[in-house]
Design a binder for this molecule. Structure first.
Ligand code: DOR
Ligand code: ZN
Length: 429
């Protein structure tokens, strides 16, 4: 099956601008990219009209929670992949804090099978570092790799014991697999939900200090140096973490890192009050100074990629209020519009920079075949309307959950169609 995507705007890095081109896919790959002044013969092909819209390599999100198995009331693989597609994502990597925890080959296979049958984007499963994510005993890395896991992480919690982390890294290295870490020292957090900043001060709350994250980053950078493993830092949120990653990179440690849109556009000082648990996530929103540091980290390449940490929770759970509700916000359906509106439309970043951090950079960091709009590459494509402003309406999300602090925000950069492996899997209604 051949598909022509006509008259779209493709980012041209040399020219530093969008250029009108036609893209043809064939058998799941990109077959041709031709100049927009040509009139391609589309007889016998499916045609998608992308006039005036951005055509990009599909977005890649290396940190998401699909909640399947076990928490299907929050999300499942069918709805989670639809939400991803609605956000322009064509490849997503799902975290193992499911129920059961993704710590056996059987659960990895369950996710891959269900994604193949019910998913509409590519799903790459991570497996847990420790059994049940309890930090006590390593999982069977070889069996998990064999089953299709792409890396090891106890995301949701930090691995508290340094020797456990070192053993995990040595084993992962021997299998040529990455370790992906949620960096959090529990002894420094104890019951707090907001960061140690002006919001916590104003409301008399115990705060989460920046060191709770950065201590693990520093420890793990040393362990990564010692073991040689590819070590990837999850959702970087503090100035201190950025500084440590920059130092580790400068001395050749195999370290990469990610940041979430909410940590780039919100600080603790934006939290409206104590009523709304949609401002509670882990890591928490940090101080404006930290926000500035993670932006600079992403800009200078210290932080390699953008991820959403899409973390759906039910309305009932979030209604318990910030102290009792679980941490996390949904992210797929607002990620690109938020960053495009806040950083590209304002002229701070080029569109090419944002696209790189959401496509070819994640592909580079995790050795994926996708993420490039080139002849011969897999035909994973995202089509985006860059011109029309629209309000974020959480009740319209394709996700089962709508726990977001961005409801009502007016944004540009809404995906209108998503193509995976040459197949149109989602279009805006
Ligand atoms: O906010 C978060 N939500 N951070 C995490 O680390 C876990 C995630 C979840 O699973 O809900
Ligand atoms: Zn996490």
């Amino acid at each position: 099956m051949s598909v022509w995507i006509l008259n779209g705007l493709v980012w041209n890095e040399e020219a530093g601008t969008l250029v009108k081109q036609h893209v043809r896919t064939e058998g799941g790959n990109i077959a041709e990219i031709v100049d927009g002044s040509q009139q391609p013969d589309t007889a016998g092909s499916e045609v998608i009209d992308a006039a005036g819209k951005l055509v990009s390599a599909g977005f890649i999100d290396m940190h998401v929670h699909l909640r399947d198995p076990g928490f299907e009331y929050k999300e499942d693989i069918a709805t989670g992949t639809r939400s991803a597609a609605a956000g322009g994502f064509t490849t997503i990597a799902c975290m193992p804090n499911t129920r059961p925890v993704t710590d056996t080959a059987e659960t990895v296979k369950y996710i891959l099978d269900k994604a193949a049958n019910e998913g509409i984007v590519r799903v790459l499963p991570y497996a847990a570092i420790t059994k049940n994510e309890l930090g006590r005993e390593l999982t069977d890395f070889a069996a998990l790799k064999e089953a299709g896991a792409i890396g090891f992480t106890d995301d949701g919690v930090g691995v508290q014991n340094a020797q456990m982390m070192k053993n995990a890294m040595a084993l992962a290295k021997s299998l040529d697999m990455p370790v992906i870490a949620h960096c959090e020292d529990d002894s420094l957090v104890e019951g707090a939900w907001a960061s140690e900043g002006n919001f916590a001060k104003k409301h008399g709350l115990k705060g989460i200090p920046n060191e709770s994250e950065a201590i693990h980053v520093g420890r793990d950078a040393l362990l990564a140096e010692a073991t040689g493993v590819h070590y990837h830092v999850c959702h970087v949120s503090t100035e201190q973490s950025v500084r440590l990653i920059r130092l580790a990179k400068s001395i050749g440690v195999s370290i990469t890192a990610e940041v979430c849109p909410h940590h780039l556009v919100l600080s603790d000082e934006d939290i409206p009050g104590l009523d709304d648990a949609n401002w509670k996530m882990n890591p928490p929103l940090r101080t404006p100074r930290d926000v500035q540091a993670v932006i600079e980290g992403l800009e200078d390449g210290t932080i390699d990629i953008v991820v959403t940490d899409h973390a759906p929770h039910s309305a009932e759970e979030k209604a318990r209020g910030p102290q009792l509700a679980p941490f996390g916000i949904v992210g797929f359906e607002t990620a690109f519009p938020l960053l495009y509106t806040k950083f590209v439309r304002t002229g701070q970043w080029t569109l090419g920079f944002l696209l790189k951090r959401m496509t070819s950079d994640p592909a580079r960091v995790f050795n994926l075949p996708t993420g490039r709009l080139e002849v011969g590459a897999p035909a994973d494509l995202t089509i985006v309307d860059l011109e029309n402003e629209r309000e974020v309406r959480p009740e319209t999300f394709a996700s089962k959950s709508n726990n977001t602090p961005f409801g009502g925000w007016k944004l540009y950069g809404w995906p209108t169609a998503t193509v995976v492996n040459g197949k149109l899997v989602w279009t805006k209604a």
